[in-house]
Design a binder for this molecule. Structure first.
Ligand SMILES: C[S@@+](CC[C@H](N)C(=O)[O-])C[C@H]1O[C@@H](n2cnc3c(N)ncnc32)[C@H](O)[C@@H]1O
Length: 338
């Protein structure tokens, strides 16, 4: 597979300066090969600290090629990483857990630690979920949070493994809440907190987004089609200085539907109401088919309609390890200052 090897070598060469900067700032988690933009759609290579994670999304990779890729990365980094290959080309991006899938060394599948912005993160090559435990394209946004949280109360919505919360705590936030409905994800968030014992404690709230944000925003929780709702934790109405809203593309629960394509407003409106009058809202949309300018205008209009016209706004782009030939990376992050 000489062309893949060549493409990987070119991708690594293009990252030389970036990786020097990242290593200097205490980061050893980054994308080494972003196949969709660098010559092999459906294939990614990521470094997570001591681990090299190869993922295929469109078709399985000929596993005989893995040692070549591993050797090229080792030569470039001057360091041999622990290889994990996860084929996710089956339905719904599920990791192939069949007998034919790549058997990583036990050491590679151990609980490992990676670093970003000087913080420690749990790295686990295979776990109950599909995605790695840290989304690498959000690194710049996490760095922004770390640099802008001092003295603030921070609400991290759809917190997953709480990387944004960790950055807020490391940046000197006076209070950090992480909210997610998946206890397994929050459990990793707690592990991440334990891996950074010098940080102030954070709060973890296991709740569906809709009842939680509506209570914080002081809005009623309505029944859908007259159905009885599952129970949810009680929260008092309150506002936060910094609210971070990074929802999945689509998710349905008894309380509502998260749908970034058709209905961003339902997520945004209550999040705006839970943001302090002079606060900051950071919101994300990772759907490639949603153009930045269109989504930004929609967000700004929605805020203005709620009487929350942004004083200024700023777009945070992913770093150069997520190149995009058309200048339109799927992950869009918008900072609104009120
Ligand atoms: C794409 S991840 C968010 C990434 C995260 N913001 C980060 O910094 O890595 C989506 C998360 O949303 C959570 N989630 C999905 N629907 C939800 C809902 N209705 N209420 C609460 N959490 C939800 C999932 O459990 C998952 O952890």
């Amino acid at each position: 597979m000489p062309s893949l090897n060549q493409a990987l070598r070119a991708a690594l060469a293009a990252r030389r300066d970036l990786l020097t900067d990242l290593h200097a700032q205490g980061t050893d988690c980054y994308r080494l090969f972003h196949g969709s933009q660098e010559g092999e759609p459906g294939l990614t290579l990521d470094r997570y600290g001591p681990q090299l994670l190869v993922q295929s999304f469109h078709q399985p990779l000929d596993q005989a090629r893995l040692p070549e890729l591993e050797a090229i990365v080792a030569e470039f980094l001057g360091d041999k990483l622990l290889l994990v290959y996860n084929d996710r080309s089956g339905g719904n991006s599920r990791i192939d857990r069949s007998a034919t899938s790549h058997r990583a060394d036990a050491e590679a599948l151990d609980d490992l630690v990676g670093h970003e912005w000087g913080l420690n993160y749990r790295v686990r090559g295979r776990h109950a979920g599909q995605d790695p435990l840290l989304f690498l394209d959000l690194r710049n946004a996490r760095g922004w949070v770390k640099a802008n949280s001092a003295g603030r109360s921070v609400l991290n919505l759809f917190a997953y493994t709480c990387g944004v919360g960790l950055c807020a705590a490391a940046g000197g936030a006076r209070e950090v809440w992480n909210l997610d409905f998946a206890e397994g994800n929050l459990a990793v968030g707690r592990e991440n907190a334990a891996l950074n014992p010098d940080l102030a404690p954070m709060r973890f709230i296991q709740s569906d987004y809709f009842p939680a944000i509506r209570q914080l925003a002081g809005l009623p929780i309505s029944r859908r089609h007259g159905q009885r709702l599952p129970s949810y934790p009680h929260l008092d109405e309150r506002r936060f200085d910094l609210v971070f809203l990074d929802p999945p593309a689509w998710a349905k629960s008894a309380f509502g539907t998260v749908d970034l394509l058709r209905d961003y407003q339902s997520l945004l409106k209550p999040a705006l109401l839970a943001t302090a009058d002079d606060g900051v809202l950071v919101c994300c949309n990772n759907l490639a088919k949603v153009p930045l300018a269109e989504w930004r205008d929609q967000v700004l209009r929605c805020a203005a309609k709620q009487g929350r016209t942004a004083r200024e706004w700023e777009v945070l782009a992913p770093a150069a390890d997520f190149p995009s030939q058309d200048g339109k990376p799927p992950l869009k992050t918008l900072v609104l200052r009120f």
